[in-house]
Design a protein. Structure first.
Ligand code: KIV
Length: 299
């Protein structure tokens, strides 16, 4: 159960008001119904339908490949599970960079798919987009630090804000986002001292990923928590993996392959049988160990 209680769905204002509550907020990504069910049942406060779907689900190398239509598809699958957690949907690259009207329409399509808030990347530079969306009554979560949609401009997946100027610029970005009305801000891959400075400078919760323990909450990617990753993938140091799903899933499917090939799947219990009478009437021989089962065709 979310620490916010299960009776009422979690909303953006409740997340904003949780700043200083003393209990860190939890956000986990999900991209479809099964992953959303696990995150909600585990009691996370927020489900992020992240544009990381590009890499962890769709097999792309970066997040730049996903479109608003892709995001709508995944948000709808998550929302159909009717989670108690707040569903936050990522606005993908280029969906809020062109003009105000496109920005608002793209944000609205994520809300119509079932999200309760949207997230976008960037600070001072994106304040106009943030304001345009807020103007239509859609809650916005900010995201600064390592912003994967700027991967080419940043020159790779690198820790941000290590120098004094960069740390100050990030703090200015966070203050601008909070002043504009964002209800929370993701801080990705920044030194813990910078995350602490930002967290102490804004009146809204900061949600860290690779930003140390001084944030107001933490977010991780579902596939990272569960160890669902291609062989040879280098786990970032901020990921704590709680299971080895890729290994375990492969092992389970290997076992299925072996059972089919050995003729041990399906067993009699995994098979629909006719009664002996029907088998005889059809001139067939029944499975010796099947026995007569009523009704004539069992489930
Ligand atoms: O898309 C995503 O998964 C994210 C998190 C890394 C915060 O934006």
């Amino acid at each position: 159960m979310s620490t916010m209680g299960s009776a009422r769905p979690v909303t953006a204002p409740r997340i904003r008001d949780a700043k200083g509550s003393g209990t860190p907020l939890v956000m986990v990504t999900a991209y479809d119904a099964p992953s959303a069910r696990t995150v909600d049942a585990a009691g996370a406060d927020m489900i992020l339908v992240g544009d990381s779907v590009a890499m962890v689900v769709l097999g792309y190398d970066d997040t730049l490949q996903v479109t608003t239509a892709d995001m709508v598809h995944h948000v709808a699958a998550v929302a159909r599970t009717r989670p108690n957690a707040l569903v936050v949907a990522d606005l993908p690259w280029l969906s809020y960079h062109v003009n105000r009207e496109e920005t608002v329409r793209n944000a609205a399509s994520l809300i119509r798919a079932g999200a309760g808030a949207v997230k976008l990347e960037g600070g001072v530079k994106r304040i106009e987009a943030v304001k345009a969306i807020l103007e239509t009554e859609i809650p916005v979560m900010g995201h600064i630090g390592l912003t994967p949609q700027s991967i080419h401009a940043l020159g790779g997946f690198k820790v941000q804000g290590k120098e004094l100027d960069a740390a100050q610029a990030l703090t200015d970005d966070a203050i601008a986002l909070a002043d504009a009305g964002c209800f929370a801000i993701v801080l990705e891959c920044v030194p813990d001292a910078v995350a602490r400075m930002i967290t102490e400078s804004v009146p809204v919760p900061t949600i860290g990923i690779g930003a140390g323990r001084h944030c107001d909450g933490q977010v991780l990617v579902w596939h990272d928590i569960l160890g669902f990753e291609a062989e040879g993938h280098r786990r970032p140091k901020f990921v704590r993996t709680y299971a080895e799903f890729e290994r375990d899933a492969t092992g389970a499917i290997e076992q299925f392959c072996a059972d089919v090939r050995a003729g041990t799947f399906p067993s009699s219990a995994e098979t629909y049988h006719m009664t002996d009478r029907m088998t005889e009437a059809l001139g067939l021989y029944g499975d010796a160990d099947a026995g007569a089962v009523e009704p004539e065709l069992t489930k």
